[in-house]
Design a protein around this ligand. Structure first.
Ligand code: PLP
Ligand code: COI
Length: 337
């Protein structure tokens, strides 16, 4: 029996995954696989030159027991953008859709029941599979979609977390690949995440890689802050365009808040009333402290154990729409029958 209410954010085997291969300039048919491994040529471009991109989205079991997807077309579009950035073919919308719906059809019993707080995380990925040595794009690719039931990304769920400003490394370059979802960005962030964990922080908070003056984003999620009834979130060429953040911008505006997407200078951190991380995995994870190890300054927000008032309102509205408790005024939800 799965203990749905106590799931970690981790991998669990399910019934099947879905795959599709690209050869001779075209995508093949969707295949259903039960094995969890992939056999690759040792010279595959994904292994040497990082030709890999991925996505993350969730299926929700709604209050009415329906299966619900949130803005999946935006994940499909972003995957094609990521793929193109590193010389890989786009994944056509119809193939992404067929893979997604087939995956869900084969794994329905792994969508956690409503009320447990858990969801089914869906991970599409694409890799270059041609074996070659010269630095060049592969001519063959594999698209895979697998899923796993998950609990919250940060182990205390919606409890506020502490983050540390990363001063010793960048996860992305100003005109690099930070604005797309490619594996290399995450490899570049592994050491900073380890250091953050060792020091008791849940994530590293990156600065803009050019001037180190502005907030970029956290390792696994976008950054936002609130002051004077305004939702503020960074504008930068090196951060991922988060679908959750785009949604919060809309919800904040619908709630009568002002929205500012702009550079956030470091010295503004002290003026915020609330701060948080947002993303598919992180949902909204409030930040109670940002520590700057260079300046030895800690900025604190609200109380250590409570989410701020505006963040809570945004969280309840977003999650309410995702689980079908609140009206989907923006048509973000696809119901699967
Ligand atoms: N930023 C990074 C680096 C991420 O990996 C993610 C997760 O996908 C996000 C932000 C949040 O994006 P989204 O809300 O589309 O999941
Ligand atoms: C997501 O939020 O979906 C992500 O891909 C972040 C990842 C580090 C778990």
């Amino acid at each position: 029996m799965i203990d749905w209410s106590n799931l970690p954010f981790g991998y669990m085997p399910t019934n099947a995954n879905v795959r599709c291969t690209y050869q001779n300039g075209t995508w093949g048919k969707i295949e259903i696989h039960t094995e969890e491994t992939v056999t690759l040529h040792m010279a595959a471009t994904c292994l040497h030159y990082g030709q890999e991109c991925f996505e993350g989205l969730k299926a929700y079991r709604g209050v009415d027991n329906s299966i619900r997807l949130f803005r999946w077309e935006d994940n499909a579009k972003r995957m094609s953008k990521s793929a193109q950035r590193i010389g890989m073919p786009e994944i056509p919308m119809n193939i992404f859709k067929e893979a997604l719906f087939t995956l869900i059809a084969h794994n329905k019993e792994f969508i956690p029941p409503y009320g447990t707080g858990a969801t089914m995380y869906i991970r599409p990925l694409m890799i270059g599979t041609e074996g070659k040595l010269g630095l060049n794009a592969s001519t063959e690719y594999m698209f895979i979609m697998f899923c796993s039931p998950v609990g919250p990304y940060f182990k205390d769920g919606c409890k506020p977390v502490k983050v540390i400003i990363e001063r010793d490394s960048d996860r992305a370059a100003p005109l690099g690949t930070g604005n797309v979802k490619v594996g290399g960005n995450y490899a570049a962030a592994v050491n900073a995440t380890l250091r953050a964990h060792q020091l008791g922080y849940s994530s590293a908070l990156y600065l803009d890689p050019k001037e180190k003056k502005y907030i970029d984003e956290c390792g696994p999620a976008n950054f936002f802050a609130i002051k004077n009834n305004t939702y503020v979130t960074p504008q930068s060429t090196s951060i991922l365009e988060s679908i959750t953040n785009m949604s919060l911008i809309t919800l904040a505006a619908n709630m009568g808040m002002k929205v500012e997407k702009r550079q956030i200078p470091l010295d503004e951190l002290g003026s915020f009333e609330e701060a948080g991380q947002c993303g598919t995995a992180a949902v909204i994870t409030p930040i109670c402290e940002i520590y700057d190890p260079l300046l030895h300054i800690s900025h604190t927000y609200g109380f250590p154990n409570t989410i701020g008032e505006k963040s809570k309102l945004l969280y309840d509205t977003l999650v309410g729409i995702q689980f079908g408790e609140k009206e989907d005024t923006e048509q973000w939800i696809t119901i699967i029958h």
